[in-house]
Write a protein that binds this ligand. Structure first.
Ligand code: ARG
Ligand code: ZN
Length: 862
């Protein structure tokens, strides 16, 4: 189809500065679908209005569509033409009714964009530009329409027919078919359109909104999955209540439906009143879902629900503004999750995620600002920068304004822009007005890419101390030199002898290249706690000694800073050890011992704090990443921690056994610590470690313990390993989401033969590239297994490139998302870099490459 031709033509670049208001508005649209997996007829009736005075024709975007009929005001249209994939209709007046008819084949849609089939369900995904694969339309987010949708389908195969908004009418037809009509009273852009048809059942609930309206809730799945939907439904109700309480936002339709499908390119989609989800973010029961899954489900349900205001009621003017809805909504879902359990642990998890995905993006060939300036394929910009750095940017504004003014500012934003398509600039202006602050320079967070580095040097001079701050924003592609950023830093000093705070926490703004702060009347030598709560998404370099860090890891009263001090201590040790072939582990061991022994700390926090930084995060600190040396350094430290603290790990392990599964913050924390302790016991080389792991594996009444134990076994070499892999497979054969874990656990193995194992697993009967979760569980997971992927032979690179080339033919979006690990070649030695480049070049030279892959792979070569 269209994709096959694109790479041979020069790819078209879309630029933010070229934005122009739409020529035509479409206040109303009626859609009539005669649904059939092999051939679906779509009739669209658009009421169009000329915007302003111009004589340009109506341009309707299409992608792979053929117009079977085009009518204007009831008569066959004259003079219409195709321009590439678009339909261009000349119109004479200011308002017309334009009708088109097309036929599409959902069952042949492997891209999973537009209308497609997943496990017998017909469903849609339109963001960003999928609607044009369904019908001809000005497919851009600033064209808002009221939708009336009629669905007709076979009643046996598709007994349930859903679309956006409220159900209006339904009825039966001859020949076993039936129909349903839906009406969405809220004007929306085409990317929020959705329909679902299938043999589905609902877990139903109700929610009474703050003004007393009752909303019917439904989580729709295939009937065997019904028992796994309670957690999602509960999370939905919590989200609805939270958004009323914290943001004053009430739901606005009479129904809110969520449908879970197995084949989905990303997490979920916020279609108005009809969210469509990747089933991994809906289905959960203790036997099949980990605590991580439960948390992720609640977070994604909340995220998509929150979009009803931040995204749907106020949408984006153009796709360069994507972070307007995504950054803000991630910030909202993070705050929601923080309020459900331990806010400190949630913050640690979010920062770890940011460092694992966004920092590398920001320092690599695909770095782009939170508000990008150009793209070839917008799907490539659903990135950690837009989402997670975008959320950090909102968080910084919330920090600068304080809670009351921030709330006033979001009220102003929702009020002022309700029903419109807005920009990031609009949002910042609301922050400025309601907050009474000038964010002129702060706006650089939207325009400049790259993670700022801030060095903080504290020097003591008798009873005084001087803190020198200096910032550097590194060059990124297309942005060789940068202006200083506005960096909000929460900081505090502690007495290095007593552990007592030396004064209150301060919030300071570093707005220029450098700044100095003086601290007077210090009664003892100070230790610096800085960027507390991770108040800015930056890299901080301090002159703190191992002693300072160990001290803060035990005494800092900000849990994030405490965690951070420990991580820094571990990182310094591991980087030194990777570079020099060994290092003194004493300070780390003492700090871990202290943390394990501190009974005031909650178990989840302890588990996070004692975990060593990942291989890749260690690599990020080095001038040239040395995968083998890093792995050995980390294993050596794990081994020594395991041996030296053997008694502590046993105590932690035994102390966090539970009798019965329970999903509560305390029980989750205990499980997390238990598996971390098991990992250290195994790392120590204890004779009974495999037995312990296998017993945990076999006796577990929940997936967290079972998968935790499986991971330990998979990394080892005992005979119990194969038994566990086999048992797990047989137990969960037929459960796709759990088989994903089975593939993923093996792809992430730390063993020497992981590359070989993964090459074998692609031939497994349960492996397929056509399901995105499955492709990610093996290929995606393997490519972030630093040591295995970067095997010096280059076989890991070749394997991933082969898979991506094959996947691109089915699903370009999902394939292109997996390019970044290959694009990190500049960070490696010449031998590896050359091999990585060779694979990228092979990808770029592939005939028929999609523009998604072309953009990612070619940019990665620069
Ligand atoms: N808006 C969806 C969300 O809530 C994701 C849509 C992703 N679309 C894409 N083309 N990658 O995050
Ligand atoms: Zn989103």
């Amino acid at each position: 189809m269209a994709d096959a031709q694109i790479a041979t033509q020069a790819p078209k670049i879309t630029r933010r500065e070229d934005y122009r208001e739409p020529d035509w508005r479409v206040p109303e649209i009626a859609l009539d679908f005669a649904l059939d997996p092999a051939a679906t007829r779509v009739r669209a009736t658009l009421q169009v209005e000329r915007a302003g005075t111009h004589d340009r024709p109506l341009r309707l975007n299409g992608d792979g569509l053929t117009a079977l009929a085009v009518r204007v005001d009831g008569a066959e249209a004259q003079g219409w033409r195709m321009d590439g994939a678009d339909l261009v209709v000349p119109l004479t007046g200011v308002a017309h009714v334009v009708e088109t008819e097309v036929e599409i084949a959902p069952e042949r849609n492997t891209q999973l964009q537009g209308l497609y089939a997943s496990g017998g369900i017909l469903c849609t995904q339109c963001e960003a530009e999928g609607f044009r694969r369904i019908t001809f339309f000005p497919d851009r987010p600033d064209v808002l329409s009221r939708y009336k949708v009629k669905l007709t389908a076979d009643k046996t195969r598709f007994p349930v027919l859903l679309a956006n908004g409220d159900p209006i009418a339904q009825g039966d037809l001859e020949g076993g078919r039936h129909w349903a009509e839906w009406h969405d009273p809220f004007p929306k852009p085409s990317y929020l359109f959705a329909l679902v048809a299938g043999d589905l059942v609902a877990n139903r609930g109700t929610f009474v909104t703050l003004s007393g309206r009752e909303v019917q809730l439904g989580i729709w799945v295939r009937s065997p999955d019904l028992a796994k939907t309670d957690h999602a439904l509960h999370a939905l109700k919590l989200s609805m209540a939270w958004d009323e309480k914290v943001y004053g936002r009430e739901y606005d339709l009479d129904v809110f439906n969520i449908v879970a499908v197995d084949d989905f390119n990303f997490g979920a989609m916020e279609n108005k009143g009809l969210n469509v989800f990747n089933s991994r973010y809906i289905l959960a029961d203790p036997d099949t879902a980990t605590d991580y899954d439960y948390d992720a489900i609640a977070a994604v349900v909340a995220h998509e629900y929150f979009h009803n205001w931040s995204g749907n009621r106020v949408t984006c003017r153009d796709w360069f503004q994507l972070s307007l809805k995504e950054g803000f909504t991630v910030f909202r879902d993070q705050s929601f999750s923080a309020d459900q359990g331990s806010a400190a642990v949630k913050r640690i998890e979010d920062v770890r995620g940011l460092r694992a995905s966004q920092f590398p993006e920001d320092s690599g060939p695909l770095a782009h600002p939170v508000r990008p300036d150009e793209y070839i394929e917008i799907s490539n910009f659903y990135t950690a920068t837009i989402y997670n750095k975008g959320a950090e940017v909102i968080r910084m504004m919330a920090t600068i304004l304080g809670p009351d003014k921030f709330r006033a500012a979001t009220d102003l934003y929702f009020d002022r822009f309700d029903g419109t398509a807005a920009t990031c600039e609009d949002f910042v202006q609301c922050m400025e007005q309601a907050g009474g602050v000038d964010l002129t320079r702060f706006r650089r967070w939207y325009s400049q890419a790259g993670t700022p580095r801030v060095s903080a040097t504290l020097a003591q001079e008798g009873g005084r101390a001087r803190l020198k701050l200096r910032q550097l924003v590194p060059p990124t592609p297309g942005q060789p030199s940068k202006e200083p950023m506005v960096v909000p830093l929460r900081l505090k000093l502690f007495g290095a002898n007593s552990g007592a705070p030396l004064g209150d926490e301060q919030l300071i703004l570093l707005e220029d290249d450098s700044r100095e702060l003086l601290f007077d009347n210090l009664s003892e030598p100070p230790a610096l706690s800085i960027n507390r709560g991770f108040s800015a998404p930056i890299i901080v370099e301090t002159n703190r000694t191992a002693q300072d860090l160990a001290f803060l890891s035990a005494h800092d009263d900000d849990p994030f800073a405490r965690y951070e001090a420990m991580q820094q201590l571990m990182l310094d040790t591991l980087v030194a050890s990777a570079a020099n072939g060994g290092a003194d582990h004493g300070a780390v061991i003492e700090a871990v011992r202290n943390t394990l022994g501190d009974s005031r700390l909650d178990r989840a926090f302890v588990a996070e704090a004692v975990l060593l930084p990942s291989d890749s995060f260690i690599g990020d600190q080095m001038a040239v990443v040395e995968p083998e040396a890093i792995f050995r350094a980390r294993e050596a430290l794990r081994n020594e921690l395991g041996k030296t603290l053997a008694g502590e790990w046993r105590a932690a392990y035994d102390g966090s056994r539970a009798n019965r599964f329970e999903y509560s913050p305390a029980a989750k924390g205990a499980r997390r610590l238990r598996t971390v302790a098991l990992g250290y016991i195994a790392a120590s080389g204890a004779a009974d470690a495999d037995r312990l792991a296998f017993d945990q594996f076999a006796d577990a009444d929940n997936m967290t313990d079972r998968q935790g134990a499986l991971t330990t076994l998979v990394n080892g070499s005992s005979p119990l390993r194969d038994e566990a892999i086999d048992t797990f497979y047989r137990r969960y054969q037929g459960n796709g989401l759990v088989l994903d874990k089975w593939f993923q656990t093996q792809a992430l193995s730390t063993r020497d033969d992981t590359a070989e194992m993964v090459e074998r697993l692609v031939a497994h009967p349960d492996f397929t590239l056509s399901n995105p979760n499955r492709a990610r569980s093996l290929v995606g997971a393997f490519s972030v297994n630093q040591r295995a992927f970067h095997d010096v032979s280059g076989r890991g690179y070749r394997f991933v490139a082969d898979q991506l080339i094959a996947l691109d033919k089915l699903n370009p979006q999902t394939a292109a998302k997996l390019i970044p690990p290959l694009g990190r070649w500049k960070r490696f030695d010449e031998g590896r870099a050359a091999k990585m480049r060779a694979e990228l070049e092979r990808i770029v030279a592939t005939p028929g490459l999609s523009k998604d892959m072309f953009e990612q792979a070619s940019k990665s070569l620069d």
